[in-house]
Write a protein that binds this ligand. Sequence first.
Ligand code: ADP
Ligand code: G6P
Length: 459
Amino acid sequence: MAAKDNVLIIANRLPIHRVRSGRHARWDTSPGGLVTALSPILKGSGSGWIGWPGGTTGIRTFKHDGMRMIPIHLSSSEVEQYYHGFSNATIWPLYHDAIRTPTFNRKWWKPFVDVNKRFAQAAARVATPRQRVWIHDYQLQLVPKMLRELRPDLRIGFFLHIPFPPEELFAWLPWRREIIEGLLGADLIGFQTTADARDFSRAARLFTSATGTDHALRHKSRPIKIDTFPVSVDSHEIERCAADPHTIGHAQELRRRVGASRRIILAVDRLDYTKGIDLRLLAFEELLRRGLATVDECVMIQVASPTRETVSDYVEMRTTIERIVGRINGEYSIPGRVAVHYFRRSIPRRELVAYYAAADVMMVTPLRDGMNLVAKEYVSSRLDHSGALVLSEFAGAAQELRQAYLVNPWDMDGMVRSMDIALRQSRKDGRLRMGMLRMHVRRHHVHQWGRDFMGAMPE
Ligand code: ADP
Ligand code: G6P
């Protein structure tokens, strides 16, 4: 985005967050796809970014990467009730097909409203007249309406990075009307897929007085545009990184360490139950059990970054994954040939690209995902068009990356089959598929996404 586009960003997290280790604290890149997408398009733009810096210590406004960081303070009970509670134990599971039962706790609603209000008030204070404000994601769905009431002059856009649920599921939410009315405060509401946009428009007509079509609603005499903007990655930057001799050397070193002749099956996720990590490991176990592959021929590497670690469903998921990894390794590893390498940590971006470059097969098999940028990052890293992407039908990315090996992650036979086919694909077929995937991601990169969204905002 060009500097002239000066836009004010509001997201739950700032692009960097404060991490405490013992008595020391340092800044680290914030986790997740939202920050991966927004950081490159805003870098050096002079834009303001309102967000939580992590933790509970108060921090003043500061500069980072040519942007103005405007920190929002949360108390420890707000972290518990607004962030871990309403955002991540109510909305997150509900919007991801309710694959974990959402908790509807009445005590979490007020902190959710209060924190949304704090974000809106901060934006109302710093926004210049008629400035464009871009609000992000499920934690801040009430901000558009709150901000419009405080500053009717602003032009307000909202983008939901995660799926919007079908009306039968959304109807469970005791605060469904308030949430939709909150969103309808925007001029433009963007979604990842056409299904998300359609489901939202239907819910708006069902649960509020809004009227109109799937693309244009009217509420309280105001027009609201609804559209689809599939988020993407900075493909040129990833390509540059993949072509760097350091990255190439690192990828070769990785291959050498796990055994140069072995095929690498890679998976990279936040350690989230929506990502289907457990089912994917079970599929690999079955591949070995059926003798379709041996540990001499292949190895699985799962990199999982810790996330939302005090929410009970995440604690359970971690235990399950670690049990399965232990079982597979106990059963199938032999000296010098570990079956599954499991790294529970966040790794620097450069290193991540080296992992992508080293991997023969990339498994991206979430049970539900708004988009999934890991799939697009892998594709961008495959400079020579080698490699294979196995992709869940239930990731938003599957709407675009049609030449991937599409799979239903719940179908164990289908998962084993796809892994097997991807491992054995012919060079010619593989290159053809990867060439088309790369072309798509190159054309639909994240800078274009930012321009498309801003271009759809009212003048
Ligand atoms: P989500 O937003 O749900 O986490 P995405 O796949 O859209 O899912 O985005 C995840 C982002 O986080 C990607 O940019 C990916 O590179 C990064 N990421 C995921 N796992 C790790 C990890 N273990 N270490 C470093 N970065 C990671
Ligand atoms: C997803 C969400 C983001 C969130 C990120 C990391 O990408 O869409 O809104 O920031 O996950 O999760 P966290 O809870 O650590 O912010």
